[in-house]
Design a protein around this ligand. Structure first.
Ligand code: ZN
Length: 69
């Protein structure tokens, strides 16, 4: 499986690494241990799209959809 993200093509493993690099710490408060049981966010693969979701206790959240190539 490959995904398009930021005009590049990533396989699923590299994609998660890239997302953690970009969103490993909360963009609002800098907290890097976010959530109660998911500390690097969650990645779901659903049909043609990959969805990355990340939330923080400060209220910040991000949801990114990536197109499957
Ligand atoms: Zn935060």
């Amino acid at each position: 499986m490959s995904f398009k993200y930021k005009d590049d093509i990533f396989n699923s493993m590299n994609l998660v690494q890239e997302l953690v690099k970009d969103y490993g710490a909360c963009l609002e408060c800098g907290n890097s241990s976010i959530g109660s049981n998911k500390n690097v966010g969650s990645m779901d693969f659903d049909g043609k799209l990959g969805t990355f979701e990340r939330t923080c206790k400060c209220g910040w959240n991000v949801k990114i959809k990536m197109e499957k190539i």
